[in-house]
Design a protein around this ligand. Structure first.
Ligand code: PAF
Length: 302
């Protein structure tokens, strides 16, 4: 395993791999790796000849200083997990390597309109500018590669896809299914901050999505009613403060008049000290038909 801390060192290392004909896979992370990240690395290792994991807690995407300060950090553990899952390069730059003038504001940043402005973008102003900016920088350092993202952060995936297309980045964005605990809780680095009662309450997010999906499955096509059903599940759970619960078009994240085609149900809530998000995909094929976009569930849990 090579741990690289300089931006040019990272760029040169991947260029050298491509020069001898190897296909490069990139897994951008903020560290605190868990089984969800490992599944991205495993998939990248199955599809590419060399896999690089980036570990960088990106200050630009945090709207609260204490959230940034409390973000879990364990580079040694991350390197171990990345290696076990099949990566051979970890890029772990210090902040000045990515943002030379930090903490001065960056002069050049990326804003992805519309898809980045709603939901998480509305609740956390500037968050997706930070994500899009750092991912654009990482992709530009990495060069031609396949870049793996989890569907757990579905809006982030949509923002990054749009950004990569609009900026003609030389990358293929690969979406990977959400990894869940047995009770349905989506894996997240934030889950370590849930105490036992909050951990029990947190399952309300996936239960809300199940309730929304079940409603669509029996023919409900009104996004407001599906959203309200999901919100009711969140509201009914002690210790959970809902932020949003919506049924939207999967490509634009806009609310359609009637649910049709590729639909995404998304929820966000604060559980104890932690803000959590989750989502599920559905494909509504006809007036009454509902097809799963993945083979994992009849209601399209992904
Ligand atoms: O999903 C994350 O861990 C981060 O948002 C990412 C994509 C690594 C950018 O900092």
């Amino acid at each position: 395993m090579r741990v690289i801390t300089s931006a040019h060192g990272f760029s040169d290392a991947l260029e050298a791999e491509r020069a001898v004909g190897r296909r490069v896979g990139l897994v951008p992370t903020m560290g605190a790796l868990h089984a969800g990240h490992r599944s991205l690395v495993t998939r990248a290792a199955a599809e590419c000849d060399v896999v690089a994991v980036t570990v960088f807690v990106n200050p630009l995407q945090f709207d609260k200083a204490d959230d940034l300060a409390r973000y879990p950090r364990d580079l040694d553990g991350d390197v171990l997990q990345a290696a076990e899952a099949g990566a051979t390069i970890v890029f772990a730059p210090p902040v000045h390597e990515m943002y030379p003038g930090f903490p001065a504001p960056v002069a050049t940043s990326v804003h992805v309109e519309a898809v980045g402005d709603v939901l998480e973008g509305a609740s956390r102003p500037g968050h997706f500018d930070g994500v899009a900016t750092v991912v654009a920088k990482l992709c530009s350092l990495a060069g031609r590669s396949r870049v793996y993202f989890g569907e757990k952060d579905f809006q982030q995936l949509a923002v990054v896809r749009r950004m990569a297309t609009d900026l003609s980045l030389p990358v293929d964005i690969v979406a990977c299914p959400t990894v869940r605990e047995d009770d349905g809780l989506a894996l997240s680095s934030r889950n370590v901050r849930l105490g036992p009662p909050d951990r029990a309450a947190a399952v309300a997010l996936s239960r809300a999505l199940d309730a929304g999906a079940a409603l669509v499955e029996v023919g409900q096509r009104d996004p407001a009613l599906v959203g309200a059903a999901m919100e009711a599940v969140l509201q009914a759970t002690d210790g959970v403060s809902p932020d949003y619960a919506v049924a939207v078009d999967a490509a634009t994240l806009a609310s359609p008049a009637v649910l049709a085609g590729a639909v995404r149900l998304l929820v966000a809530a604060t559980v104890g000290p932690v803000r959590l998000i989750d989502n599920v995909g559905l494909v509504v094929v006809g007036a009454d038909e509902l097809h799963s976009p993945t083979a994992t569930s009849a209601v399209g849990v992904s």
